[in-house]
Design a protein around this ligand. Structure first.
Ligand SMILES: NC(=O)c1ccc[n+]([C@@H]2O[C@H](COP(=O)([O-])OP(=O)(O)OC[C@H]3O[C@@H](n4cnc5c(N)ncnc54)[C@H](OP(=O)(O)O)[C@@H]3O)[C@@H](O)[C@H]2O)c1
Length: 335
């Protein structure tokens, strides 16, 4: 199996490292400093899978024209805002790509890849909760995994050998992965989950450079805001006809949020925050990280789609809309 990862930064490099460790032939298409460091010294992986230095079967290039051969799968790994430029630069790979997919956090990536390849039959859906960040060129940190960390599926809901083969490869790589017939639901539920978390964390914590995710959860007002943002997103998801499944248990709490009253929900969120603090967790959402680093966020890919869907379905989303407006204002001045 040959896999190319277009835009191998934090998460793309984690996937590339794990697949290469499982024997998959991986080509990372990355920024020059990262690609050069990997070619010189190998790719260093740290975090939840232990420490590894991977030299093969792994290749790193900085220009798609230098990616050699044909690819069974091309995985798009840039952030939403960089998608058009990355795909444009990779036009030379179109005829050498059998199937394309992306782990971006949005619900438009499959349509964009379909337009790029000009064929819906060459695109499959993918969703993940795995976490990765680029520590420095050549070194990626894998901060989170859970028992079922990836979902893969055909957009038409069938089960095919190409979906099962990729799921097998991820499972061999130690990433619990399911081939599913309901990938559209998984994608929308993931968006619901992270939309709530991202909208909450940036609208609550953006002003405090040192604040981590749990620091806001343990404040009663912060927890109440979290519950309200989450309830808005969940209301839209349910109006689409879906029932929460907690695909990403134990991280996902959507089923619980759906069943408890406001008082218990706030208590549940504060308890979650206290638990994270007790474990010394100091992380936060990638959207909060973007604001901290002064980089443009994915606000229009992660939050806006649920607001738009709410308007389309007549579901009021006042708290989510307020959070979106705050983040969009901050985002305007990020580069
Ligand atoms: N990281 C996570 O834990 C996580 C978890 C789940 C889902 N996701 C989703 O996965 C996507 C990627 O996230 P990420 O955290 O991996 O982002 P990231 O670390 O910024 O990685 C993307 C990489 O692509 C590079 N890039 C941008 N345009 C490129 C181009 N035209 N050619 C080659 N490389 C290019 C970026 O370089 P520059 O920085 O120089 O632009 C960066 O190194 C996002 O949609 C995110 O929401 C992330």
């Amino acid at each position: 199996m040959r896999v190319a990862i277009l835009g191998a930064g934090g998460l793309g490099s984690v996937f590339g490292a794990a697949l290469a460790l499982a024997g998959v032939d991986v080509t990372l298409i990355a920024r020059p400093a990262h690609a050069d460091a990997i070619r010189r010294n190998g790719l260093k992986l740290t975090g939840v899978r232990g420490e590894h230095l991977i030299r093969e079967p792994l290749t790193a290039v900085s220009d798609p024209k230098d990616a050699e051969g044909e690819f069974d799968y091309l995985i798009l790994g840039v952030k939403g805002k960089d998608t058009d430029a990355a795909l444009e630069s990779a036009n030379c790979l179109k005829d050498r790509t059998r199937t394309a997919l992306s782990f971006q956090n949005n619900v438009v990536k499959e349509e964009i890849l379909t337009q790029w390849l000009g064929d819906p039959a060459r695109v499959i859906g993918f969703s993940t909760i795995e976490a990765g960040n680029l520590v420095e060129p050549g070194h990626v940190h894998n901060g989170l995994t859970i028992p079922t960390t990836n979902y893969i599926g055909e957009m038409d809901g069938t089960l095919t050998p190409r979906v099962e083969a990729l799921a097998d490869a991820f499972n061999r790589a130690g990433m619990g992965t399911k081939a599913v017939t309901n990938i559209r639901q998984v994608l929308w539920e993931k968006l619901t989950q992270i939309c709530g978390a991202a909208a909450w964390s940036v609208s609550c914590l953006a002003g405090g450079k040192e604040l981590a995710y749990p620091d806001g959860l343990v404040v009663p007002e912060g927890a109440a805001h979290y519950v309200q943002v989450g309830r808005d997103a969940l209301a839209v998801y349910k109006a689409m006809g879906y029932t929460p499944q907690n695909f990403y248990a134990p991280v996902s709490k959507l089923k619980e949020l759906d069943t408890v009253d406001d008082f218990d929900a706030v208590e549940m969120v504060m308890e979650l925050g206290r638990g994270m603090q007790a474990q010394g967790y100091r992380g936060t959402t990638s959207m909060h990280e973007d604001v901290r680093r002064g980089k443009k966020t994915e606000v229009d890919w992660i939050i806006k789609p649920l607001i738009d869907k709410g308007h389309e379905l007549g579901v009021p989303v006042p708290t989510l809309t307020a959070a979106y407006r705050i983040i969009k204002t901050l985002d305007t001045y990020l580069s």
